[in-house]
Each structure stands twice: as C-alpha cells, then as structure tokens.
Design a protein around this ligand. Structure first.
Ligand SMILES: NC(=O)c1ccc[n+]([C@@H]2O[C@H](COP(=O)([O-])OP(=O)(O)OC[C@H]3O[C@@H](n4cnc5c(N)ncnc54)[C@H](OP(=O)(O)O)[C@@H]3O)[C@@H](O)[C@H]2O)c1
Length: 367
C-alpha cells in the first residue's frame, strides 16, 4: 500500500533497498532523546518489527512479551525482512527481553503493541511499572485503543498511532513487512525528538494534530482482515479473487455510509481515495490487477494478524474493526448488517473452524 498524504510535521518517505529500508546504525545512535530506552509493550509482529528497526539503527530497546515469542527470540535472534529486499538480524544476545514491565528502567518512549483485547491490562501494567507522564504511543489498529489505555493508565501520556503496513511472523524470530506505508501518530513535543530516529531506522513517523482520519482510513482497509481470516488464504491470493473482494467492498460501503453520516473524512492511505475503493474492488480481476497495481503491492508472504489469531485460537480484534463500524452506524442512523454478520462468523470460528470459498462467504454475508 502506498503511504498516505497527511499534513505531517516531518515526514520522510521510506527509502527502498536493503540497508535503507531497515535503517542505518550511525544515524539513529547519535542522540537518542534522554538516552533512555524504548519499551516495546507486547513483542509480537508490530512490536518486534518497529522495535527491531529502532534497535538495528542504534536505539536501546526493551521488549516485553510472552514466553512463546521471547523463547523464539532467545533461540533464533530477531530477523527483519521486507518486501523491498531488506534484511537485518539482531543476535539473541543483543536483545533485552522481559516477561513483564515490572522493574524496567524508566523508558523514554513506550510503544504499545498488544492486540486490542489486551490493551487495558497492558496499560495497567505500564501504569505500575513506568513513571507518571511517560509517553506511550498506541501502535494498534482500530479507533479506541489509545483511549482505553489512557483510561487504564491516567498518569501516562498516551497518544494514538497508526501502522499502515503489514507485518507477518514467517518463522520463529523472523518478522516480515509485506506492504509499505509511513507510521503516523498524534503530535507530542517529545515525539518530535524521536522523528529523526524513526526515519533513520527506516520507519519514518509522521505526526498529526488529529490521527482519527488516518485511523479510519486504515480501518477501512482492515475490514478485509475478517474476509482474509475466513478465507484461509494469503492476503494477495485472497484479494485476487473477486468473490472475496465483493465481500470487502460491501463492508467498506457500510463504513463509508456511516462515516459520511458522522461527518468524518477518512484519510487516503492507498493510491486510491477511500470512496473509490468499493468500485475498484468490484472490478473483474483482470482489470483490478491493472488499476490496483499499487494497492496490490503486497508480497506473497503477507497475511493478516486476524488469520493468525484464528489459527492460534486467540481472541480476534473483530470488535475493534467491524464492531467499530457497527457502532458508528448505530450512532448515526445507518445500517451495517454485513459488518455484523462477518463479526458473527469470526466469533463463531472456534466452533465452526473452516475456511470459506469466496462464493460461500458471499452467500453467508448476503453479498
Ligand atoms: N501485524 C500487522 O500486520 C499489524 C499491522 C498494523 C497494525 N497492527 C495492529 O498492531 C497491534 C498488534 O498486532 P500484532 O500483529 O503485532 O499482534 P501480536 O503479534 O499478537 O503481538 C502482540 C503480542 O503482545 C503480547 N501481549 C499481550 N499482552 C501482553 C502483556 N501484558 N505483556 C507482554 N506481552 C503481551 C501478546 O500475547 P498474547 O497472545 O498472550 O495476547 C502477543 O504475543 C494490533 O492492534 C494490530 O491490529 C498489526
């Protein structure tokens, strides 16, 4: 996916190529704000990727995560690859891995990278472990995670963020960025000091007075997460099947209607404006391939984290994605029955765990 065009304070486009895409140590190590470490709260796909990029570029990073992930990092180190051909490895011995935030040295910045269902408990843990006023950026999808975290940790300074690209764990300790885009976050003076370091690490960060339009722009694309998870296919393969795209288009149509009724203009995060997405998704595949060439700049390895959640039997973020559309529609007098139905299918997965063909999914959704 192409980066959006918000009004950033200091954007730098991600550079192509291996070392550029994953950062250069010398640039970021010059002057880390306050010299204190970055704390990744929730070392998973996003946390390992962004934290790993920052560390590979010279920033001290602490990773708080679950034994499954930490043991993989202890055994294999951290390898980061991307669709531009970049690759970088951090040996296990170089990683600061922790099972809890308790006892961490005061961090300069916290990246909150847990799934939506774990936000409140992770924020409460942070509230006990880090000093008041510590800056926390939610790198999570959906609209409500920063608010949930702030409510659970009122003394911390929580800012909303938006991660536009896809990260998949390809093997233990190996995380792969399969699409592109520029990180965004709500503006904060201390975050501005970090911008050069994020840029040097190959994960440029744009700051905005209001990130909600970007979060909604991202959420429109994330409506495909449920389609992808129920398809059982890699992202690119799924998007190249028109029946699945018709499902995605119907989900986005409902979201756009609710957003219009609410007076919210979602940001453009792909080469296509949000309002054009449904029509383009509905095109025959041969035409879709050509017109949506940038949208489809997704490599064959990319898959959604909701697919991982279903396959691992974990709670999904369906409520933070399709559920957000349903709630917005209800508040503004529009309808979102397709978002409601797909939410039910995802919730029913544990008792009915079967991938659906595009035709089966269309039938189940009434699309
Ligand atoms: N992956 C992507 O491509 C992508 C892209 C953009 C945005 N996002 C968003 O980024 C967020 C994180 O997604 P992800 O894919 O990185 O998730 P993930 O791979 O599941 O990583 C989160 C990790 O944090 C762990 N965790 C939860 N609570 C914790 C705690 N209190 N202390 C330590 N570890 C904790 C989780 O363990 P448990 O399994 O036990 O909860 C999990 O291992 C989500 O909101 C997602 O929608 C993801």
């Amino acid at each position: 996916m192409a980066p959006g065009r918000p009004k950033p304070t200091d954007p730098s486009e991600p550079r192509k190529g291996s070392s550029a895409a994953l950062g250069k140590a010398s640039a970021a190590s010059k002057a880390i704000p306050s010299g204190a470490p970055v704390l990744v709260m929730g070392a998973g796909a996003v946390g390992c990727w962004i934290g790993g990029c920052l560390q590979a570029a010279g920033a001290p990073v602490m990773f708080v995560g679950r034994p499954r992930v930490l043991n993989a990092l202890r055994a294999h180190g951290l390898t980061l690859t991307d669709l531009d051909g970049g690759t970088r490895s951090l040996p296990a011995g170089a990683l600061d891995l922790r099972e809890s935030a308790d006892g961490v040295p005061p961090p300069a910045l916290v990246l909150l990278c847990v799934k939506s269902g774990a936000t409140a408990s992770a924020a409460a843990e942070l509230a006990r472990a880090v000093p008041p006023a510590t800056l926390v950026v939610s790198m999570q999808n959906g609209l409500s995670n920063a608010g949930t975290a702030q409510a659970a940790a009122p003394a911390l300074a929580v800012r909303a963020g938006m991660v536009p690209f896809n990260i998949a764990e390809l093997s233990p300790g190996h995380y792969h960025r399969g699409t592109s885009g520029v990180l965004a976050a709500q503006d904060h003076a201390r975050l501005r000091e970090w911008q050069p370091h994020f840029a040097a690490a190959g994960v440029p960060l744009q700051l905005h007075a209001d990130v909600a339009p970007l979060q909604w722009g991202k959420l429109l694309l994330n409506l495909n997460n449920a389609v992808n998870a129920l398809s059982g296919l890699p992202l690119r393969e799924q998007l190249l099947q028109r029946d699945y795209r018709l499902c995605m288009a119907a989900l986005i149509d409902e979201a756009l209607a609710a957003l219009r009724a609410a007076g919210i203009s979602p940001a453009k995060l792909t080469a296509l404006p949000p309002a054009a997405l449904p029509a383009v998704l509905r095109l025959p595949t041969a035409i879709f391939r050509v017109l949506a060439a940038r949208l489809l700049r997704i490599d064959a390895k990319a898959r959604t984290s909701m697919a991982d959640d279903l396959s691992r039997g974990r709670a999904t973020e369906i409520d933070a994605l399709c559920g957000e559309v349903v709630r917005l529609a209800r508040r503004h007098g529009t309808a979102a029955p397709v978002n409601e139905r797909i939410s039910e299918l995802v919730r029913a997965w544990p008792s009915d765990p079967r991938a659906r063909s595009g035709a089966e999914l269309r039938a189940a959704l009434g699309v």
